[in-house]
Write a protein that binds this ligand. Structure first.
Ligand SMILES: [Zn+2]
Length: 440
């Protein structure tokens, strides 16, 4: 696959760092320019033919990278005489874009991605355009993406919308695989916006545009503050660790009594209230090497208290509340089943002896498969002996919290590795243990 890097922006938000002497993609993060991080990641994924679209101060980019020989790639340049928007240059480099599809990258994003995995998704879906999408720490001021069960993008929810509803935290990261088909009508010499003029025009149930959801690291480094944060993440090894070609570490979390206050069987969305330390705990996980994945039994569906859709709404509220606190969950799995039949109001479709209901390990194994997780390096935090039993059944280490049921359910005779007063203390313990492990 070939790649195009859009590096022509003016970078006005970075003038305090660049003094308008450096183009934005040349701003150093750690010990090298953003663009060099990008090119190295592309190269390491076998993407070695790259066209850099330059504009403002483009000579500095050309002088620094030249033919790309030094880094082990073949670079060509397209010089935008006047700014053509986020996609207009594509009309001018058709010879370079001779394959069925190509990668499009913006020059102010730091990423470390298993690109072959995304490419396999793109070809398997026969996608017109594949967007890298993920939860981020500020969904409330981000453009959100609405995907169907198949991963197809059916709508966008603009950050300018006044949101009076709960929403999933799924954000467009600005990293694309585009088919030549979807780019064929881009006019020459006119400004073209990738989202507005190309992607938005194809929305709906047969958009053919797909969202590739991933937990890998990709962040906009377009302001001085963000550059600082990305530099810290690089230094701490978080950026490289989250590449899905490597085994992931995960902190699995129970929901009720751990992340939100235990309040019986929860089916009334208004009763969902976060545990006091939950957002801070997630902040610690989000800035570490660990993923944060919820594993929860929700027999409210099987028992007929609410529909699966109602549970999804409750989870949208959870994602919205966490987003407002600048934190996110990497994924969430719930079991809607319950094995005991014979109640008048029950929903027979879900009254089955499934493989996912804790303490069975179905959800953990599904999460491990989906996100390439090493269970032996992962943890389970729960408030019941069922949670601790589940973790042990899957070979995880476990922490019992003293919020929620605080282990008083007494269903299994199990002992957690550690007992913590709340989820924040549990996460601090785990991250401390992780430091000890890596010192060995
Ligand atoms: Zn189940």
């Amino acid at each position: 696959m070939r790649a195009v890097i859009m590096a022509g922006g003016k970078g006005t938000r970075l003038f305090e760092l660049t003094g308008d002497q450096l183009p934005k993609p040349m701003v150093p993060v750690g010990n090298k320019p953003i663009l060099e991080w990008q090119i190295e990641c592309l190269r390491d994924n076998g993407v070695s033919e790259i066209c850099i679209v330059v504009g403002h101060l483009g000579e500095k980019i050309k002088n620094y990278f030249g033919t790309g020989n030094r880094i082990g790639v073949e670079l060509v340049y397209y010089n935008e005489e006047k700014p053509l928007g986020t996609a207009g240059a594509l009309a001018h480099i058709k010879e370079f874009l001779k394959d069925d599809y190509f990668l499009l990258v913006y020059g102010d994003v730091i990423f470390d991605i298993d690109i072959k995995r995304m490419e396999a998704f793109h070809t398997q879906k026969n996608s017109l355009a594949t967007l890298f999408i993920h939860p981020n720490s500020h969904p409330y001021d981000s453009d959100l993406v609405i995907v169907d069960q198949n991963g197809q993008i059916i709508d966008f929810d603009s950050k300018s919308n006044h949101r009076t509803y709960w929403y999933d935290n799924i954000v467009n990261a600005g990293f694309y695989i585009l088919s030549n088909e979807i780019c064929k009508n881009i006019p020459k010499n006119n400004k073209t916006d990738l989202e507005k003029d190309i992607l938005f025009k194809n929305l709906g149930e047969t958009s053919g545009i797909y969202g590739y959801i991933s937990t890998e690291y990709i962040k906009d480094a377009g302001t001085a503050d963000r550059i600082h944060r990305v530099s810290v993440d690089i230094k701490n090894g978080v950026v490289a660790a989250k590449n899905l070609s490597k085994k992931q570490k995960c902190i699995f979390l129970d929901r009720d009594g751990v992340l939100n206050k235990l309040d019986g069987l929860l089916y009334d969305i208004d009763r969902l209230v976060l545990e006091d330390s939950a957002a801070e705990a997630l902040h610690k996980i989000n800035t570490s090497e660990y993923l944060a994945v919820v594993i929860t039994n929700q027999p409210v569906v099987a028992r007929g208290f609410c529909s699966k859709n109602d549970v999804n709404e409750i989870h949208k509220k959870l994602h919205t509340l966490f987003g407002e606190n600048h934190v996110y969950l990497d994924d969430l799995f719930f079991c809607p089943h319950h094995p005991d039949k014979g109640y008048p109001e029950e929903n027979p479709e879900y009254k089955i002896d499934c493989g996912c209901r804790k303490p069975k390990t179905g959800m953990l194994l599904a999460a491990a498969e989906k996100h390439n997780i090493d269970l032996t390096k992962s943890w389970f935090i729960g408030d019941t002996t069922v949670d601790i039993k589940t973790g042990k059944n899957a070979g995880l280490r476990t922490v019992l919290v003293q919020t929620g049921a605080a282990g008083r359910d007494g269903k299994y005779d199990v002992t957690a590795e550690y007992t913590a007063c709340n989820v924040l203390a549990a996460v601090e313990y785990i991250i401390g243990e992780n430091k000890k492990d890596s010192d060995k």
